[in-house]
Design a protein around this ligand. Structure first.
Ligand SMILES: Nc1ncnc2c1ncn2[C@@H]1O[C@H](COP(=O)(O)OP(=O)(O)OP(=O)(O)O)[C@@H](O)[C@H]1O
Ligand SMILES: [Mg+2]
Length: 449
């Protein structure tokens, strides 16, 4: 199932399994993704005209921006990369240049396609590997000579081989040891440095010339099961057309690639002037061409970024989206404000998502034979404390739940191990007793919660 075939409603439903609330954000990413699919169905000329609906997610820390991206990534079989905008610097300065995003995306795409292709040919490779094993195990040394053998002999040999093949695939010989011929991994003998610039383009002399060095064969003694694995990999490599992998990977990046630019507000300076702001604006200027559509040189050839979908995210506490350079603003037409999370939503976040904290801790303690039971009262007390501490100190959104849960469960996590099975009920009173003192003391909660 590919995300590209999911309807917007289905995408939202998938995201609902992990993300509480934030309906607008889910809706926008779902529409943007579906539009990619719709675009693919258009006529060639029309398709060129449709630009992606790049999105900016605006919201305080810990409200689910990165989480949406992360889940989208798992859900989507499209090449996806998440980068922190603040990690990039202007070309020529120390740090990564923005084009490396597309090169990395291309690498990701290559491995996705490679895996897909491997899956496609793995059955065939397995069969071929088994045949090679058969040849090794039972060499047909009286192989049918030209016209010399009688049909019955050939027939008999075929029958024996069929029987052996059956035994081999039923796992009768797995532990038997055989000698096989394998291509030797050529160890890099030395680091080869290319001219300056090659590195930046993601090129590597070793890789460029590596394939022209003849591969050595060597004998290896191993079990049938291991030999089958090795031979199957060799056959797989032969069956997969590398050119096709590259072609498909490139088309996948160009037509369905997604770049998640996190912390975009960190490269938006408040005031223009001297100092770091200048270079921040420089990063924006560098990002602009790849968002607008440009050709990026990668080691797999030129990749066009015109239709790559960009999703940017930032808290925008200090800087505002309007402080971005106008050209970049124009390229992110969809702005979604994410909501601050309420106590009501904290309750759901604690219990509902498939990776909900309560589920995680319960599972962890289950391994020690301890069953954790949270009463309704306990859960709403945790949510209430999270809200309270967020209001009183700093609002870190749902991240507060992590710190509260670890503090709450610290003793249990420390003490319960290897003991007898038991069930522990976490009640509202327990939560309050455990945490009240810390919550009331603001200085203390600043450090602990
Ligand atoms: N709406 C939500 N539903 C479920 N879990 C959430 C939600 N919001 C946040 N969380 C939880 O809180 C954690 C932090 O959220 P996330 O990383 O998405 O924050 P963010 O919005 O990217 O913040 P920042 O601006 O600091 O990067 C996540 O691990 C996730 O478990
Ligand atoms: Mg984040």
């Amino acid at each position: 199932m590919s995300v590209e075939n999911l309807t917007p409603k289905e995408i939202v439903a998938e995201l609902d399994r992990y993300i509480v609330g934030q309906e607008n954000a889910k809706k926008s990413v779902a529409i943007a993704l579906r539009n990619r699919w719709r675009r693919q169905k258009l006529s060639d000329e029309m398709r060129e005209e449709v630009v992606p609906n790049n999105i900016i997610l605006i919201g305080a820390t810990g409200v689910g921006k990165t989480e949406i991206a992360r889940r989208l990534a798992n859900l989507s079989h499209a090449p996806f990369i998440k980068v922190e905008a603040s990690k990039f610097t202007e070309v020529g300065y120390v740090g990564r240049d923005v084009e490396s995003i597309i090169r990395d995306l291309m690498d990701i795409s290559i491995s996705i396609i490679q895996l897909e292709m491997e899956e496609k040919v793995s059955g065939e490779a397995q069969t071929l590997a088994n045949e090679r094993l058969l040849n090794i195990l039972f060499p047909t040394n009286g192989a049918p000579k030209e016209g010399g053998d009688k049909p019955e002999i050939i027939e008999r040999q075929k029958r024996t081989r069929d029987k052996l093949r059956e035994k081999l695939s039923s796992g009768k010989f797995e532990e038997k040891v055989v000698d096989i011929d394998v291509t030797e991994e050529t160890m890099p003998m030395m680091q080869v440095f290319g001219p300056i610039g090659m590195e930046e383009m993601g090129m590597n002399l070793q890789e460029m010339f590596g394939s022209s060095i003849p591969k050595k064969r060597k004998q290896r003694r191993t079990t049938i099961s291991e030999a089958r694995r090795i031979l199957a990999i060799e056959e797989m490599t032969k069956l997969i057309d590398h050119e096709e992998v590259v072609r498909e990977a490139r088309s996948r990046v160009e037509n369905s690639g997604i770049v998640f630019l996190d912390e975009i507000d960190k490269v938006v300076g408040g005031s223009a002037g001297a100092g770091p702001d200048v270079s921040r604006e420089g990063v924006q200027r560098d990002i602009l061409p790849i968002v607008e559509g440009s050709n990026v040189i990668t080691k797999y050839g030129v990749v066009r970024t015109d239709h790559v979908l960009f999703i940017a995210a930032g808290a925008f506490h200090v800087a505002k989206p309007a402080d971005m350079i106008p050209e970049l603003q124009g390229r992110f037409p969809i702005r979604v404000e994410m909501d601050n999370l309420s106590a009501e939503e904290f309750i759901k976040i604690l219990t509902h998502p498939e990776n909900a904290l309560i589920k995680q801790y319960s599972a962890l303690l289950e391994t020690e034979g301890v069953k954790l039971k949270f009463t309704k009262g306990a859960i709403s007390a945790i949510a209430a404390i999270a809200t309270e501490v967020n209001d009183a100190t700093e609002n870190i959104g749902a991240r507060r739940l992590h710190t509260i849960m670890t503090t709450l469960l610290e003793d249990i996590l420390f003490e319960k191990s290897g003991g007898k099975s038991e069930t522990i009920s976490i009640t509202r009173e327990m939560v309050n007793n455990q945490l009240e003192a810390i919550v009331e003391d603001q200085d203390l909660s600043r450090y602990i919660l």
